[in-house]
Design a protein around this ligand. Structure first.
Ligand code: NAD
Length: 354
């Protein structure tokens, strides 16, 4: 088992990265965690209130594309593992503005890889591993049957997934060319606390509470596999510690839902919680013009994770979705802050500067 003493987490102020840091620090006391995050609209330090005063934790505001900064952090913190979450992550934004996706996801990853490779090749630390956090969207779309395996060819359809596939291929090339100790995980859709309210589940919760229309793309029958973010965190930790170098691991929840079925479920669970009549929230559903290039179905075959590493999700969807809804209801202030951008004032107050 690989057991790093210092980990550089990129994008640790985002949805999955912050959940990962909280999980990882609790599970690995004594391991130092450095969080490098640019704090774009999607990054929020309030996701990390539970760890920010821990002496083993350090936050650095900066860009993964800043080679000098990355090199300095790797050396000065004697980093033994890089877990790379930082990305532009929203498909809709990639359709209206693809450029930043290539800049961050492809070029940024290349800089991070190159500085990590130099740090590893210089033998600055005794042990080193790099983990690329990727997505099932790189595999493109499925028909009504079948699953993505690790051998499925990469045929991304959106600028977002194309940029993630580009990064994955660079990781592969670094392994093949330099023998760089890299691992890749490709996970299905995540849900859970601290997800930015532009994504499906928190957007629906937010709009239902506000009695606003619930936009559903096309016929609502696109299918996604949903995994609780905590299960994604344990999967990443498992692969980092026990995965075979150079391998790709698919991570999924075996939990396929049509978008419209998810929206109906969230509506119904909120009817009771908000004291509204049965079926009242469903009346807010509004079908809108389909997303361009909208992939029909994603489904992950996560058998390799179970077979090789013994990993399985621990959340049932029933429990996970109920807890998530309750978390959003209890954390309305967080939602208001991230949507208004007022967390930036918090940053200034905590850390000074910009
Ligand atoms: P997110 O948008 O919530 O967070 C991204 C974080 O990266 C933010 O904190 C942002 O400030 C930071 N960031 C952006 N550009 C940066 C840069 N140039 N330098 C440093 N930091 C930068 O995203 P998320 O949903 O938490 O996704 C995290 C990773 O997991 C991404 O790589 C994504 O592709 C992957 N992924 C996400 C899902 C999902 O369902 N959300 C599923 C599978 C894989």
């Amino acid at each position: 088992t690989f057991s790093p003493r210092a980990v550089l987490v990129t994008g640790g102020a985002g949805f999955i990265g912050s959940n990962f840091i909280s999980h990882f620090m609790a599970a690995n006391p004594g391991c130092r965690v450095v969080n490098l995050d640019l704090l774009t609209y999607a990054g929020n330090l309030k996701n990390l209130v539970g760890v920010e005063h821990d002496p083993a934790y350090r936050f650095v505001r900066g860009d993964i594309g800043d080679a000098e900064l990355v090199a300095r952090l790797l050396a000065e913190e004697r980093i033994e593992a890089v877990v790379h979450f930082a990305a532009e992550s929203h498909v809709d934004r990639s359709i209206t503005g693809p450029e930043i996706f290539v800049k961050t996801n492809v070029l940024g990853t290349q800089v991070l890889l190159e500085e990590s490779r130099k740090h590893w090749a210089a033998g600055a630390v005794e042990q080193f591993r790099y983990l690329q956090v990727s997505t099932d969207e790189v595999y493109g779309t499925l028909g009504e049957t079948g699953y993505f395996t690790e051998e499925t060819p990469l045929t991304p359809n959106s600028p977002y997934s194309a940029s993630k596939a580009g990064a994955d291929l660079l990781v592969r090339a670094y392994r093949e060319t330099y023998g760089f100790p890299a691992l890749t995980t490709r996970c299905s859709n995540n849900y859970g606390p601290f997800q930015f309210p532009e994504k499906l589940i928190p957007l629906m919760i937010h709009n239902i509470v506000a009695k606003k229309p619930l936009p559903v793309y096309g016929d609502g029958k696109n299918v996604r596999d949903w995994l609780h973010v905590k299960d994604h965190s344990t999967a990443i930790e498992t692969v980092l510690k026990n995965g075979r170098l150079g391998e790709v691991y698919n991570v999924g929840g075996n939990n396929e839902w049509q978008n419209i079925a998810i929206v109906n479920l969230v509506c119904d669970l909120l009817d009771a919680r908000l004291g509204r009549g049965e079926g009242e929230n469903r009346q807010l559903i509004t079908f809108v013009k389909d997303r361009l290039g909208h992939d029909r179905r994603y489904a992950i075959d996560a058998a390799k994770m179970k077979r090789e590493l013994g990993w399985e999700p621990s959340y049932t969807f029933e429990r996970g979705i109920a807890e998530t809804i309750d978390w959003y209801l209890a954390n309305g202030a967080w939602v208001d802050e991230v949507t208004s951008g007022s967390y930036r004032d918090y940053y200034q107050q905590q850390y000074g500067g910009e």
